[in-house]
Design a protein around this ligand. Structure first.
Ligand code: NDP
Ligand code: 8X3
Length: 255
């Protein structure tokens, strides 16, 4: 395993769920952290909890100029990012495509695709120049397996998978690693966000089963980052044991 003690790790969406758990996991190794999200108060509370150097930044990853301005203005001690965890993202709605909100669709495209693109494009040149780095993208099982109402969310995560694979070709020879981690059901604020703040609907998603935890996914993120520098995990798919595939559905009209 590589030492992450002297690494600088930038995590988007660090105010909740996987991002906050990953911050705690990397902090346990002594890494230096750049934590970004829109809710700065939460990032400040997380920083107070950690005993490593932390730079917190209010960032909406959909704002292309803000992403590049943030990277350009990192304090010198944080400027050479070794690990970027592109985690900020969301699902909005679970309606069938013919009834779904176009605003929700745009929100997911802007955050999960464009936000991830902006952060990658802002950080990657420095990594390639230094011939060292790791981009860890958070995809989803929804990027590979369709489910009713997954429509645009699944599409955005399919982008994450293909973008991650394609990046590897472009940077071959740079020693920079790229990994797509694709989790299944994990109880975070994800369903609360998907169902627009409805706690009962969100809780019903995980009722009667044991979902993954944020710490489980943080361990996966940390594991791929801590592997020896010559090893690149391309794709890591993780589900709770009680989640599987639905198979094909058939509409029968009695013919
Ligand atoms: P949470 O809702 O708990 O966390 C999402 C994080 O993303 C928050 O910190 C939020 O911060 C941040 N975020 C959302 N929009 C923006 C934005 N425009 N700019 C900056 N930050 C943003 O959910 P999870 O931890 O579960 O989700 C993390 C990632 O994991 C997402 O990409 C999600 O799609 C993916 N995922 C989740 C699964 C699950 O079952 N939970 C399974 C598979 C993948 P803030 O609101 O403060 O900006
Ligand atoms: C979310 C995973 O299985 O809840 O990305 O759709 S799932």
């Amino acid at each position: 395993m590589s030492s992450l003690k002297s690494a600088t790790v930038m995590i988007t969406g660090a105010s909740s769920g996987f991002g906050a758990a990953a911050a705690r996991r990397f902090a346990a190794d002594g890494a230096r952290l750049i934590l970004c999200a829109r809710r700065l108060d939460r990032l400040k509370a997380l920083k107070d909890e950690l005993s490593v150097p932390v730079h917190v930044c209010a960032l909406d990853v959909r704002d292309r100029e803000a992403v590049f301005a943030l990277v350009a203005s990192l304090p010198p001690a944080f400027a050479a990012v070794d690990v970027l965890v592109n985690n900020a993202g969301l699902a909005a709605g679970l309606e069938p495509a013919q009834a779904a909100s176009l605003d929700d669709w745009e929100l997911m495209v802007d955050t999960n695709i464009k936000g991830l693109m902006f952060c990658t494009r802002a950080i990657l040149p420095g990594m390639v120049q230094r011939k060292q780095g790791h981009i860890i993208n958070i995809g989803s099982v929804a990027g590979r397996y369709p489910y009713p109402g997954g429509n645009t969310y699944g599409g955005t995560k399919a982008f994450v998978e293909q973008f991650s694979l394609n990046l590897r070709n472009d940077i071959l020879g740079s020693n920079v690693r790229v990994t797509n981690i694709a989790p299944g059901m994990c109880e975070t604020e994800f369903s609360l966000v998907r169902f627009k703040g409805d706690p009962e609907k969100a809780a019903s998603v995980y009722k009667g089963m044991k979902p993954l935890s944020s710490a489980d996914i943080a361990d996966c993120i940390h594991w791929v980052a801590a592997l020896p520098a010559h090893m690149n995990i391309n794709y890591l798919e993780v589900m709770p044991v009680n989640q599987a595939f639905a198979g094909f559905s058939v509409h029968r009209e009695g013919v």
